[in-house]
Design a protein around this ligand. Sequence first.
Ligand code: UDP
Length: 420
Amino acid sequence: MVVSKQLERYKQFVGEEVIDHIYTLADELKGLRVTHFNTTAEGGGVAEILKKLLPLIDELGIEHTWRVVPLDETSNHFAAHLVDLLQGNQPGEIGEEDRRIYLEKLSQALPDKRENQADIYFIHDFQLAPFAQIYPWMRPAIWFCHIDTSHPNQNAKRYILDFLDEYALCCFNGAPSVFPEISAERTQIIMPAIDPFRTKNAPLSEVEGQMLLTKCGIDTTRPLICQVSRFGRWKNPWQAIDIYRLVKHSVPNVQLALVGAMEAADDVDAQKVLSSVQTYAQGDPSIHLLSDAELITHREVNAFQRYSSVILQRSTREGFGLTATEAMWKYQPVVGTSATGLRAQIVHEQNGYIVDDTEEAALYTLQLLRDRQLWHNMGEQAHESVRQRFLFPTMILDYLQALVRAARPLALVQKKALGD
Ligand code: UDP
């Protein structure tokens, strides 16, 4: 059995049993070649997960390739519209002509089959869902939906469902997002998770943390409310400003940081949202809008999540919300919303708050700012809940299980074991 040095390190957090289970599954899959496809190498939760997951799985003897298939501007707009419908349940259709152009572009994305040959294909997100239909050699294929599809626009759902028959397995990041039209035998939940060893999540001294915040223009002698999230409509940065303004009535020296480094090439809406938020902030010097990817590296994200006085996550839609997990790991009770992914992580009044209303959210924020013992106690629980449920090994287990489920019916596993 292969023992992974990287994986061994997690035993201190998750115990031996989980790690041994991973070894057993990995042994069954040894020698398998898996290729992942997504649309961006940087920014957002998917890239975040793949970067860390793949080297580790490689070490377990399962060969992984990651192919980024960048979309052009027209396709990005199509994808942005699709996510608004699928995740936001906005009214609307997907135009016949737009579909045709999009499919045509995707069918030119991978000219060479040989370059992409693998035993199993993992297709990430709704943008690339047509892949298995377009490329019949992608078998078996697994689709992994990373957005919140718990309340989809029915037209958009039908559009996506048309492509899903070709997949051996469809993975979702939470039970509410699973499309009921797909049979249980073909669905699987893979809960996202964070890596405590990444720079972003690793221990960071208070002195260094304060220094990094100062560098970003924060006055570390004043209380700081913060939301770390790319500038996206569904992250609702406007409500974070409303909450800050309400809190300011009682705590006049409070500051707000909205931290969202712009690095995802496929995030066509970010610039628009940032401009709107800038206007909304009305030049208030205590509102810090931080979008410069050169300034906001993972160390700064760590500092904001760890040393802000209170963390908000005001998403109106959220498939999972790694930013909440990351902050909770850093002992922060998050003032979240009832968005699907946040409900999966936050237990109201135990390790954070689930609250949609602006005034109520401001009251909870104020409570956490004033009662630091309460903040501390809830933060301890937040950390513990992430340790138990959302650290990397748990996700690796789900992921390997998906591979086993896709590989077994085709006897791929046995074939490999016999030294194919
Ligand atoms: N992130 C980052 N820098 C930023 C803002 C976000 O590195 O300025 C990271 C964040 O730490 C998290 C990921 O981007 O790991 C966002 O994942 P999430 O699931 O919260 O949201 P998504 O962007 O995928 O909707």
